[in-house]
Design a protein around this ligand. Structure first.
Ligand code: HEC
Length: 222
């Protein structure tokens, strides 16, 4: 009888040990898998459609542009020679910022960034501002694509996206509305001597489309 009990005690101990071993093996496997070891076949695909790429780029550009205008330019005591009632910073935002010890206008700040970006890579990824009511001659819509895109954005207030070829290179291009997001955008443009001379009937209001942000992404030949 004692022999029989001992036999079963031993069998149970063996079973419990096997069970522990099994649980330990499962746990180790789970930890190894969740830490990503050798899971290359389950990695998600990294290709992003070009229209999403331009959306992301535009979100960042617009955020920086708005933040600079609202929180720096809008708070300057002088805006292009005129007193800014709400200004608290003893500085002038002016086109001649380099010689006048002032700070750049939002459009100039934007261009300074785009010039630095163009120096990276082969320079085929570009972005910039354009407008139907441009003050700077270089910022008029240039080719057919830009003219059509600008007309569409002015009319709909929505982005315009498509493909175009420039100098033998294929591009995915998108034009996003550039909107009057701060009082300073409107007052400065409406009273600018070049604006008054060229577009006397165009009076911008808050929320209006004032131009567009053009983004060009080069595409590889497939
Ligand atoms: C204190 C004056 C001033 C303020 C503030 C200002 N702008 Fe301008 N903006 C200009 C001048 C001057 C230019 C042309 C200078 C240049 O780009 O070299 C310009 C250029 C532009 C352009 C490119 C087309 C063009 O006119 O050459 C757009 C679009 C534009 N501004 C929209 C805006 C918007 C939107 C805001 C507010 C977020 C804004 N501006 C704020 C003076 C101003």
């Amino acid at each position: 009888m004692l022999k029989f009990i001992n036999y079963w005690k031993q069998r149970i101990r063996l079973k419990v040990f096997t069970l522990y071993a099994l649980i330990a093996a499962v746990c180790i496997t789970a930890v190894a898998c969740s830490s990503g070891g050798g899971a290359s076949e389950s990695e998600p695909s990294a290709s992003i459609p070009p229209e999403m790429v331009t959306d992301y780029i535009h979100t960042v550009l617009e955020a920086d542009r708005t933040a600079y205008t609202r929180h720096v330019v809008n708070r300057s005591e002088v805006l292009e020679g005129k007193d800014n009632e709400k200004g608290v910073l003893t500085v002038e935002a002016t086109e001649g910022w380099q010689t006048a010890d002032g700070i750049p206008l939002p459009a100039q700040m934007f261009r300074l960034g785009s010039e630095i970006a163009a120096e990276k890579g082969d320079g085929s990824f570009t972005y910039g501002l354009i407008s139907t009511w441009n003050i700077n001659d270089n910022q008029a819509p240039k080719n057919d694509f830009e003219k059509e895109a600008m007309d569409s954005v002015n009319e709909t207030g929505e982005p315009y996206k498509g493909y175009q070829e420039i100098a033998g290179q294929q591009y995915f291009s998108a034009l996003y509305p550039d909107v009057a997001v701060a009082e300073a955008c409107v007052t400065c443009h409406n009273t600018h001597p070049i604006h008054l001379e060229r577009y006397p009937d165009k009076v911008f209001e808050m929320g209006d489309v004032m131009g567009g942000v053009m983004i060009n992404i080069p595409l590889e030949e497939s």
